[in-house]
Design a protein around this ligand. Structure first.
Ligand code: HAM
Length: 404
């Protein structure tokens, strides 16, 4: 019986995994260079961790289930809430600020399409304990540095969710309105605000979303203090970060309170948002202190799709045996000890077939487990140039390091 993968999930073959691991390495290295340290949380949590802030509506988008003891659980749809739960439970006395990063799979019950999966990965960071512009600037710059290092062609939009919340303060269905703004569903937003007799607000939201500078948006809506956002802009400009001020960013999740940002990459079609983040307050909701935090999550799968990264592959070396498997195993072990990835024949093939297999998997070298071994040398064949050479055991490491 043929069994298919569940809808919205993927298998990753070795070439794909190599690229994913290479991208992952870049992300980890850069995050660590900013002082972030890795954390991990459970794959499933109590459902209420995700409904406390967003209400029952989010259950629609969550893989929620009841376990055998009748507990309501959920596969994590994201990691900000889990990390803040962990912080409230276990890290509240640690010196602040805390800088955490993660790379984990997330699950959302969404309609699958290109770039949108039911199981996907996020690389994210949370900077916990500072409510200053420097912290927002740092996480934005970090996300920017990562996507630049991966040669992604993207644009960065930065705004402040407090502005839209302020404008919508008299609206009854604020959260719904924010979600419609996030989806840029202007028709439904207009209907909603018209129903509430507040078409004027609709016009302000439209104008604010189109403004390109702080001066411009200030002329449209002057009741908001733009100085915090301006401080973030100033730091970003000093770092030569290219960004677009965008006062219409609403973000899809409900917990944001301040500066928010999104990154969109070319070449991905409709699902082009490769990163989203901003500042929020969640710790108190989970029984902790009311600490300001900020962070982001990069859509790892989308970035892998469009990034250009070197998958540092070690040369593939095949040990060609002459019928004596113990010799092949010994030579392979010598190679491995010299830092080389060595493959032995487990099919009982003759020399010709072993070499043709080496060709078919694009091996870089064949090393013969022959009688030269007694002289302390092995015969090495470069599968690309077809040249053969005897190399002493001591020189193996040098010979293969740097070769491809
Ligand atoms: P988010 O915008 O919901 O934010 O997700 C972050 C990124 O995950 C998105 O920009 C997108 O690239 C990727 N993503 C989301 N859903 C899918 C999907 N179904 N398939 C593939 N990729 C997807 C958050 O999750 C926040 N926790 C980010 C954050 C961290 N804010 C503060 N700290």
């Amino acid at each position: 019986m043929r069994i298919e993968r569940p809808r919205g999930t993927r298998d990753f073959l070795p070439d794909e995994m190599e690229k994913r691991r290479a991208a992952e390495r870049v992300m980890r290295e850069i995050a660590e260079s900013f002082g972030y340290r890795e954390v991990a949380t459970p794959t499933f949590e109590h459902l209420e961790l995700f409904t406390l802030k967003s209400g029952q509506d989010v259950v629609e988008e969550i893989y929620a289930f009841r376990d055998k003891s009748g507990r309501d659980l959920a596969l994590r749809p994201e990691l900000t809430a889990p990390v803040m739960r962990m912080f409230a439970n276990e890290c509240s006395v640690m010196p602040r600020p805390l800088r955490f990063y993660y790379l984990s799979n997330c699950f959302r019950y969404e309609r699958p399409q290109k770039g949108r999966y039911r199981e996907f990965w996020q690389f994210g960071v949370e900077l916990i304990g500072s409510g200053r512009p420097e912290s927002d600037a740092e996480v934005i710059f970090l996300a920017y540095r990562i996507l630049k290092a991966l040669n992604v062609d993207f644009t960065l939009h930065v705004g402040h969710v407090g502005l839209l919340r302020d404008i919508l303060s008299d609206i009854e269905e604020k959260d719904r309105a924010m979600r419609l703004i996030d989806k840029k569903d202007w028709e439904s937003l207009k209907d909603l605000l018209e129903k509430e007799g507040n078409l004027e607000v609709f016009q302000i939201v439209m104008n604010v979303s189109e403004a390109k500078t702080v001066e411009e948006v200030e002329r449209i809506y002057s009741d908001f203090d733009y100085s915090y956002l301006e401080s973030v802009f100033e730091i970003l400009r000093s770092l030569n970060v290219e960004f677009v001020p965008d006062f219409g960013i609403a973000r899809g999740l409900d917990y944001y309170t301040g500066v928010v940002f999104e990154m969109y990459a070319e070449g991905l079609g409709a699902q082009k948002q490769v990163c989203g983040g901003g500042s929020y307050r969640l710790a108190r909701l989970f029984g902790g202190e009311d600490v300001p935090s900020t962070g982001f999550a990069i859509g790892f799968d989308r970035v892998v799709e469009v990034c250009d990264v070197d998958a540092e592959r070690k040369p593939t070396v095949i040990v060609v045996g002459f019928g004596d498997s113990t010799k092949s195993f010994k030579v392979a072990e010598m190679l491995r000890n010299a830092g080389v990835n060595a493959i032995v024949d487990v099919m009982g093939r003759n020399v010709r077939k072993q070499l043709s297999y080496a060709d078919s998997i694009n091996a870089d070298f064949a090393v013969f487990a022959g009688e030269e071994l007694e002289r302390g040398v092995v015969r090495v064949k470069n599968m690309k140039t077809k040249e053969q050479q005897d190399i002493s055991i001591e020189e193996l490491q040098d010979y293969f390091s740097g070769s491809r």
